[in-house]
Ligand binder design. Structure first.
Ligand code: C5P
Length: 227
């Protein structure tokens, strides 16, 4: 069969990462977390001691840094020059600054090339294709994907989910502690990517009222209908 490319975009806390990963696992596809790529680039910039405000220096570093992505949905991950950065890139010190690196347009041009290469390699590999997720996959990285989905959720639902991930609870104090980081990051990211309104031909799936299993089912149904 022809390899399948499935593109999923959405804001922080929409569930796109865990849902995309599970969909890839169920369909026997590879899984590409492009947010992890921007996080790894940010980690590498910080590690090199480059001033984040020096946009050309940041872009120059990202153009040459050594990034390896594992795309097995059962064990996805990122390595920078052989270092396992999977825990480090999820730390708050990276989450709070990743948008600064990701809104650098030269950084985005470099990431675009890496992401297209990874998607092409996955499509040509032994698996049946790839589920790639991020903010601009349906619109910029893979606008010709076989299936394109924008996964959203209400701000309240997204904050509650993220608070539960970060603090192990979705009580009012945790939601409030999460709000600043998430809302500001989405607002910064939305200056360069459109992940709030579905582009032409992109299926909009709102998961506010769905749990994880129901969201996975909705995505699988959408894929089965399209291909
Ligand atoms: O998805 P995740 O929250 O891990 O993404 C981390 C950051 O990477 C986002 O806040 C955004 O700045 C950047 N990103 C992006 N384009 C993508 C994926 C992620 O700019 N396709």
């Amino acid at each position: 069969a022809r390899p399948l490319v499935i593109a999923v975009d959405g804001p922080s806390g929409s569930g796109k990462s865990s849902v995309s990963r599970e969909v890839a696992r169920r369909l026997g596809l590879e899984y590409l977390d492009t947010g992890a790529m921007y996080r790894a680039a940010t980690w590498s910039v910080v590690e090199s001691g480059i001033d984040l405000a020096d946009a050309p220096a940041v872009a120059g570093h990202v153009a040459g840094f050594d990034l390896t992505m594992a795309t097995d949905p059962s064990a996805p991950g990122a390595w920078v020059a052989g270092h396992d950065v999977n825990a480090a890139i999820r730390e708050t010190r990276i989450s709070t600054i990743v948008s600064k690196v990701a809104t650098n347009l030269d950084v985005r041009a470099n990431m675009l090339k890496r992401q297209r290469d990874l998607i092409a390699a996955a499509a040509a590999g032994p698996h049946a294709g790839v589920v790639a997720e991020g903010r601009d996959i349906t619109t910029v990285v893979a606008p010709d994907a076989d299936v394109r989905i924008l996964l959203t959720a209400s701000e309240a639902a997204r904050l509650a989910r993220r608070a539960k991930e970060l603090h192990g609870t979705a009580d009012a104090a945790s939601v409030e502690a999460t709000r600043d980081q998430i809302v500001r990051r989405d607002s910064d990211d939305s200056t360069v990517s459109n992940f709030e309104v579905a582009a032409d031909g992109v299926l909009h799936l709102d998961s506010s009222a769905l749990d994880f299993e129901q969201t996975v089912d909705a995505v699988l149904t959408a894929i089965a209908r399209t291909v």
